[in-house]
Design a protein around this ligand. Structure first.
Ligand code: 3HC
Length: 330
């Protein structure tokens, strides 16, 4: 999207004519779909926006292992256990690619970790909800990874090269995650009455939080207009949320489940579903740290950091010893 077009949103985006030469050359590259690479000139705001978004994304992948990790030892079969284990491991890998992508912008892994642990950096709201039954693992794969794909496929075209390339690999793996989740839901829905009820209950609890993953409504989104002008985001939060609802409702119907929204109705004119207002008060409470599991999630990350201290110290001591030996030999 061109800077001039975005200006019409009234969110103070500069037109090309208003920009300094460096910034104009940068914006023209973005408008021509040329990727920005780490050592190239970029506006400070662009760098900061990317560090914020990529590090939050990385933290989400890492914290996102916790709700599912809770079920690895309780998965109902050996196959399900192996699949879930592989999925959770993939999420760790996604976190690592993303931390590396953020590091190319001049922020260190330790700084990002400190920001997460001090509560300065956010991670996705969705991971502050508990996984109460095995069906929740199905709902997470189907809905949470499904929403992540909807959000991340356009991020493959992000203007920043390292983020865009990380997204290509992440999206391939997320597709497998989404399928494994839907497969769990399909099996439960084809099972006993109790199993189908368990699947419906999981859908009831995860539906709204999944729709909130896309961020606040467009009118309340602080960063969307500028991020779209910079080619970081390709779509608004509401556009992606609508696409997700339109794709997911028929998937629910196919397995005999009902999205928990009395206002959900097909709108033939817009060729999409109308749906009810989400509980945005709950969303902002979760962002403030008051969700059902915020304290538990951060506590687990803090414990992991503290427990790993001896290992980090050992690595540093070894690296220093090697460096000293190398210098003595020179
Ligand atoms: N959870 C937590 N915070 C959220 C949020 C959410 N679901 N949605 C928005 N926010 C925060 C923003 O970070 C911002 O806060 P900040 O200024 O302190 O950073 C504020 O709410 C206003 O929102 P905006 O719409 O202005 O923010 P963005 O333009 O950054 O849009 C976003 C939000 C769509 C989430 C965007 O940042 C994004 O696309 N991020 C990359 C994808 C990502 O982080 N996904 C995490 C999902 S989980 C995942 O991928 C793991 C997988 O394995 C399931």
């Amino acid at each position: 999207m061109y800077a001039q077009e975005v200006k019409s949103t009234g969110q103070g985006i500069k037109s090309l004519e208003e920009m300094e030469p460096d910034e104009r050359a940068f914006q023209e590259k973005i408008n021509a779909d040329i990727k920005i690479e780490p050592k190239e000139w970029m506006p400070e705001g662009y760098r900061k926006t990317l560090v914020r978004q990529i590090s939050q994304h990385a933290h989400s992948e890492i914290v996102g292992q916790l709700p599912e990790g809770n079920w690895i030892s309780r998965a109902p079969t050996l196959d399900r256990k192996a699949i879930l284990l592989a999925k959770v491991q993939d999420e760790a890998g996604h976190g690592l690619y993303l931390y590396c992508a953020a590091e190319t912008l001049g922020v260190s892994r330790d700084q990002m970790t400190e920001q997460l642990l001090s509560g300065k950096a956010k991670y996705s709201s969705i991971f502050n909800y508990p996984t109460l039954s095995w069906a929740d693992i199905g709902a997470i794969g189907w809905l949470v990874d499904g929403a992540a794909i909807m959000n991340q496929v356009p991020l493959q075209r992000c203007s920043y090269g390292p983020y865009s390339r990380a997204m290509i690999r992440v999206c391939k793996e997320e597709s497998f995650h989404q399928r494994q989740g839907y497969d769990i839901m399909m099996k439960l829905c084809a099972g006993t009455i109790e199993q189908k009820e368990m699947a419906q209950d999981a859908l009831n609890r995860w539906w709204q939080p999944s729709l909130m993953m896309f961020g606040p409504p467009d009118g309340d989104s602080v960063h969307s207009a500028q991020s779209m002008a910079w080619g970081i985001k390709q779509n608004t939060n509401d556009e992606l949320r609508q696409k997700f609802v339109d794709e997911t409702v028929p998937q629910a119907e196919y397995i005999g489940l009902t999205a928990p929204d009395p206002d959900l109705i097909w709108n033939d004119e817009k060729k999409g579903y109308d749906f009810g207002e989400l509980n945005w008060d709950e969303f902002y409470e979760v962002l403030k740290g008051n969700g059902p599991c915020n304290k538990e999630r951060l506590g687990a990350r803090q414990k992991a950091w503290t427990d790993g201290e001896w290992f980090r110290d050992g690595l540093m001591a070894h690296a220093k010893k090697r460096e000293a030996r190398k210098m003595a030999a020179e």
